[in-house]
Write a protein of this length. Structure first.
Length: 230
């Protein structure tokens, strides 16, 4: 990948939004970076691996999959360059990657170790505020979700599950689970569950079948919980 193209990709990341080209070049020149290549189908991260570095997708596409212990409930999503894999798990009580990550095509990954990232945000206010805004947004969506789960409609509860388990730049989001497991999980009758899915499908939010719900527009789904997209 050409150096200019890599810089442009980094400038397109939420964590580097507003950082100048010159400052990006300083960061790249003064930080220990690891550049990795993965072929289609190769595993990049396993769910439960320690999150000790930031992993930036600077070329290609990856597929993230989060699943429960029985594999009866799976949420998968695609991230394409420029993007970053689960950056909100670098700090906090749980510092394990929540999803397994697989290369869809030939993928270029740039890694920044945790200590080096700490140095970057200590010395660059723009990067610091971007990261704080990113993790704050994720924390606040949990509040939206708790409200939806306790007093909201079934539609809001479905939206929260999907939004909470996916990144804001995710595409091709699929929730794979048997319908009977889902309507039991939400504590509703099958007829109410199907009616809600039909309504969401008619409005172009999702499509669905017997074993999966496919998200058409994450931003529109997000607007069910919050008027403006995250």
């Amino acid at each position: 990948m050409a150096l200019n193209s890599m810089y442009e990709n980094l400038m397109g990341l939420p964590l580097f939004n507003g950082v100048s080209y010159n400052r990006i070049s300083e960061i790249v020149g003064g930080t220990r970076l690891a550049f990795l290549k993965f072929l289609p189908g190769e595993k990049i991260v396993m769910a439960g691996d320690p999150c000790t570095r930031l992993m930036f997708v600077i070329g290609g596409k990856v597929r993230l999959s989060i699943r429960n212990s029985s594999d009866r409930f799976i949420v998968s999503q695609t991230l394409e360059a420029p993007s970053v894999i689960s950056p909100d798990f670098l700090f906090g009580r749980n510092t394990l990657f929540p999803a397994s990550v697989t290369a869809i095509d030939t993928v270029s990954i740039m890694e920044i170790e945790k200590n080096d990232f700490i140095s970057i945000i200590r010395n660059d206010e723009v990067c610091l505020f971007n990261y704080l805004n990113f993790i704050s947004t994720n924390a606040q969506k949990a509040i939206d979700g708790v409200v939806a789960l306790t007093s909201g409609s079934l539609e809001e509860r479905i939206a929260f599950w999907i939004i909470a388990l996916t990144q804001r730049d995710a595409k091709d989001i699929v929730l794979a689970c048997r319908q009977r497991d889902l309507y039991s999980l939400f504590g509703v009758q099958r007829s109410s569950f199907i009616n809600t899915l039909d309504s969401m499908k008619e409005r172009g939010l999702i499509d669905y079948g017997p074993t999966e719900i496919r998200v058409i527009s994450r931003n529109d789904l997000r607007s069910i919980l919050l008027k403006s997209p995250d």
